[in-house]
Design a protein around this ligand. Structure first.
Ligand SMILES: NC(=O)c1ccc[n+]([C@@H]2O[C@H](COP(=O)([O-])OP(=O)(O)OC[C@H]3O[C@@H](n4cnc5c(N)ncnc54)[C@H](O)[C@@H]3O)[C@@H](O)[C@H]2O)c1
Length: 259
């Protein structure tokens, strides 16, 4: 994949899937702006990329704060002359439990990151990409947008909102040669998955390994998704090879969900 010198903003790049996306894109030649609320994580990702000979800069970002989002794009334009690709990956798990026990504060707090943050990033990305004459926005949703999870109504609703936003923006932005797609990861290997499995194991009175084996069996490949595989699909979708793809929501779930 050729992403040479494509200026790419990756939110939530300080750990997990965002770090894998940052390393993957840098490996394909992109100049990566790692934007995260977690400064230590951001610097960690930037250090790895630079050590491997890639190009990266860290920027502090709170996606819930419009001034912070505007400042990110200002820095990107002033430093690199523009932006080619924006990946909106920052997200939180949100409140878990039966819906009647979820407080409105917790609901809004999670939505402020998972939905409002995505809106603010798209809102301020569009004029910057339009100035470039073309661009790509990739929003990170989840298969949970399509296959509901019990006691995770907030997360499922938020990730479905991301797909609605993506499709609407694809319609709106095609006239400026801006493509807007979403990816829907399934169970991705990493700390977040480990925490979910520990919780499931405790609830079912089984071992961590048994909980992992049961969950993997949802996949015809009998596996979770390594974060680097998310980066490979994302790199394709953001490259010119995917020039005819917009408004799509692509599952990356080792086949655990198929529609
Ligand atoms: N891990 C999975 O199995 C999985 C599956 C499907 C979808 N996803 C989605 O993929 C994305 C990344 O997931 P992950 O597992 O790497 O999560 P993670 O919790 O490991 O990383 C999320 C990142 O977002 C950052 N962040 C949180 N609040 C922020 C804010 N206000 N402003 C800027 N950055 C903020 C965090 O600092 C962190 O670096 C999320 O949108 C998540 O919902 C994950």
């Amino acid at each position: 994949m050729n992403l040479n010198d494509k200026v790419t903003i990756i939110t939530g790049g300080g750990q997990g899937i965002g770090r894998a996306l940052s390393l993957g894109f840098a490996g394909y030649g992109a100049t990566v702006i790692v934007a995260d609320i977690n400064e230590q994580g951001t610097q960690g990702t930037v250090d790895i990329i630079r050590k491997e000979g890639g190009k990266a800069q860290g920027v502090h970002l709170d996606v819930t704060d419009e001034a912070s989002v505007q400042a990110l794009f200002k820095v990107a334009v002033e430093t690199f002359g523009g932006v080619d690709i924006v990946i909106n990956n920052s997200g939180v798990a949100g409140p878990k439990g039966q819906t009647e026990s979820v407080t409105l504060d917790d609901w809004r707090q999670a939505n402020s990151i998972n939905v409002d943050g995505m809106f603010l990033m798209c809102k301020h990305a569009i004029p910057v990409l339009r100035n470039r004459g073309k661009g790509v926005i990739l929003n990170v949703s989840s298969v949970s947008a399509k296959r509901p999870l019990i006691e995770r109504a907030n997360y499922c609703a938020a990730k479905a909102a991301v797909i609605g936003l993506t499709r609407s923006l694809a319609l709106e932005c095609g006239q400026w040669n801006i493509r807007v797609n979403a990816i829907c990861p399934g169970a991705v290997e990493g700390p977040r998955q480990d925490a979910i499995l520990r919780h499931a194991a405790a609830a079912a009175g089984i071992s961590f390994e048994e909980a992992a084996a049961r969950k993997k069996s949802n996949s015809p490949l009998n596996s979770f998704v390594p974060p680097s595989h998310i980066a490979e699909v994302a790199a394709f979708l953001c490259s010119d090879k995917a020039s005819s793809m917009t408004g799509q929501d692509i599952n990356i779930s080792a086949g655990a969900w198929m529609c």
